[in-house]
Design a protein around this ligand. Structure first.
Ligand code: FES
Length: 124
């Protein structure tokens, strides 16, 4: 099968879908080639990602990657969430086809972007 059971599960039943109206950081990224867009919202309490939501307008792998990535950073300290790599997302999804790896890169970038947004807001 092209997609693992984990990918299918997170695509069919994505976790943490939606938006946070009181987000502390928002990250939005897109891939110019495929046109997919991913938006991640984070809530931070005492240096920990207490809540995270995503909105992804894109392919199934992008939805599964966002879902898994949000699960991987939920409840983690910000500095640890910042270290999340697309490789870790792919591993947690038990693999993605080669031409779909960029979908997981989008998830890594969106999370980094949301954390940078949070850090910038915090410093001023
Ligand atoms: Fe571009 Fe999936 S095809 S994010």
């Amino acid at each position: 099968m092209l997609y693992s059971e984990k990918v299918m599960d997170h695509f069919m039943n994505p976790r943490n879908v939606g938006k946070l109206d009181d987000a502390d950081g928002i990250g939005e990224v897109g891939n110019a080639k495929c046109g997919d867009i991913m938006k991640i919202y984070i809530k931070v309490d005492n240096g920990v990602i207490s809540d995270v939501k995503f909105q992804t307008f894109g392919c199934g792998s992008a939805i599964a990657s966002s879902s898994m990535a949000t699960e991987l950073i939920k409840g983690k300290p910000v500095h640890q969430a910042l270290e999340l790599t697309n490789k870790a997302v792919v591993e947690a999804l038990e693999g993605l086809p080669a031409h779909k790896i960029h979908c997981s890169v989008l998830a890594e970038e969106a999370i980094k972007c949301a954390i940078e947004d949070y850090q910038m807001k915090k410093s001023c």
